[in-house]
Design a protein around this ligand. Structure first.
Ligand SMILES: Cc1cc2nc3c(=O)[nH]c(=O)nc-3n(C[C@H](O)[C@H](O)[C@H](O)COP(=O)(O)O)c2cc1C
Length: 468
């Protein structure tokens, strides 16, 4: 037979061949020989080149991580084909291992076509075991996902068996393992399975699901359905992402947000157009930075941010009480649009129309939360930040406010109707910081409220870090 000489390959195929050869530890010529031999034997190519149209852009630098996906022999195996795609969407490379039983439900060819990778099925495969391939599959990845994790596979894992490729990989692993169990509810609730799952969790193995719902078996329902591929992919991504820096870990941050409602009578109130979005975004950003966050909010139409203690209030006086009760804090950020006045003669009953004309509404000044907390003797947080929403002379008014209120920083924003800031998603702010008698002004470009929140939290983290 003639030696292999292949010319006029397009660059993309040549690059793909080089990559595959490097990945499999072969020369390019050997890689081509393997592909040709397997094609001639009419097998799923060990490293099958996908058709050019479906070939993914090779972008190694853009890869988040690599996962070894072990597919067990359960009816949910068909969902694992979708899981391959969900992982790849998240820039996660996937190498599949199918148990013997799994191949009764899905084919290696399908897994290979979707993963664009060779699929592994046999512990004693001379082609991959010449250099202990099962150890490489266990180690040359960032995470091992088992989906579906059958009762049988979990029993083997819990007892340290290694009599096939999947169990040998799992026993040789030095990477985190995520199991997505799937089985009939009776199998899931069986005492042996319960013992095995408990043992595996004690061994540090992560699990997701199973969910409850209908089973493949007609008329059966209960706990045992494999989690959905998107749920498993999200759990995998969560385990793979390096922990984010937590510059505010150990700090308690108190934040106010939203408008206040000042009652006129039991059904009417005075309000303002604040949506609470900026304060909520700051609470979420501070939480993500590791802080313990207490958010005291007026009435808003927003979902409570995850991991944040949220206290809902109505009026300025309620807000002040809850703020005082939440002290001490390391940092206090007053982003709420607190009403300056409330109705002095609040009606106990609903005010009625009378022939005497409109009821006179007398206004009295509300407590000033920012000034009150800024001037506290004992419990004043070391960093107090106010917001100045102005419609004219923004910087001058904000400078005057920082002095008048006694706070450390002011975030000033123009809330004239034309800006769309009130209720909108974007904000243009100026950060005023006080250093003795000096007030510095840092003007930020227009940003989303989330970006403003992130930038403010990193400024706070820098300040707090500098004074540690
Ligand atoms: C139609 C059918 C569906 C099955 N579904 C499941 C299942 O969902 N979960 C499970 O743990 N076992 C299920 N089994 C049993 C496993 O296939 C069997 O225990 C097998 O040995 C598992 O092998 P593996 O763990 O090596 O993949 C099913 C068997 C059949 C015939």
């Amino acid at each position: 037979m003639a030696n292999l000489t292949i010319r006029r390959l397009d660059d993309a195929i040549r690059d793909e061949l080089r990559l595959r050869a490097a990945r499999n530890g072969r020369s390019v010529e050997d890689e081509v020989r393997v592909i040709l031999r397997e094609a001639a034997q009419n097998r799923a190519p060990a490293s099958s080149l996908p058709a050019p149209a479906e070939r993914p852009a090779v972008d190694v630098s853009n890869r988040l991580a690599a996962v070894t996906l072990i597919i067990g022999g359960g009816i949910a195996a068909y969902k694992s084909l979708d899981l391959i795609r969900r992982l790849k969407e998240r820039r996660i490379d996937v190498r599949c291992v199918l148990t013997k039983a799994a191949q009764q439900f899905v084919t290696p060819l399908a897994a290979s076509a979707l993963s664009h990778e060779r699929v592994y099925t046999d512990l004693f495969d001379p082609e991959s075991e010449f250099d202990a391939g099962h150890i490489r599959l266990a180690r040359d990845c960032d995470l091992i996902v088992v989906a579906p994790a059958t009762a049988d596979l979990m029993a083997k894992m819990a007892n340290g068996h290694a009599d096939d490729l999947a169990s040998a990989i799992l026993l040789a692993a030095n990477k985190p393992i995520l199991l997505a169990p799937a089985m009939n509810p009776l199998m899931w609730n069986n005492a042996a399975t319960r013992r095995n799952v408990m043992q595996l969790r004690r061994d540090g193995i992560h699990t997701i699901g199973p969910n409850s719902g209908e089973m493949a078996e007609a008329g059966e329902a209960g706990i045992g359905r494999m989690s959905e591929p998107t749920e498993i992919a999200a759990a995998a991504e969560h385990l793979l992402r390096p922990p984010k820096p937590q510059p505010l870990a150990g700090k308690r941050v108190l934040i106010t947000a939203g408008p206040t409602h000042e009652p006129i009578d039991p059904v009417r109130y005075i309000a303002n157009r604040s949506s609470g979005k900026q304060g909520f975004a700051i609470a979420a950003a501070a939480q993500a930075a590791g802080a313990e966050v207490v958010l005291v909010t007026g009435p808003v139409d927003l979902r409570d941010p995850a991991g944040v203690t949220v206290i809902h209030v109505e009026s300025a006086r309620d807000m002040l009480h809850k703020v005082e009760a939440a002290l001490p804090a390391d940092i206090a950020i007053f982003a709420a649009a607190v009403a300056d006045w409330r109705v002095a003669n609040e009606g106990e009953q609903k005010l009625k129309k009378t022939s005497a004309g409109m009821p006179p509404l007398q206004l009295v000044e509300n407590p000033d939360i920012l000034a009150t907390v800024s001037k506290l003797k004992d419990k004043r947080p070391p960093l107090v930040i106010g917001f100045a929403a102005e419609t004219e002379h923004l910087i001058d008014n904000a400078k005057a406010k920082i002095k008048r209120k006694g706070c450390d920083w002011i975030v000033a924003n123009d809330v004239s109707p034309a800006t769309g800031v009130m209720g909108g998603d974007r904000n243009t702010v100026h950060l005023l910081t006080r250093d003795g008698a000096e007030i510095g002004v840092d003007s930020w470009p227009v940003m989303t409220k989330e970006q403003v929140a992130t930038q403010l939290v990193s400024r706070i983290a820098a300040e707090v870090g500098a004074s540690r």
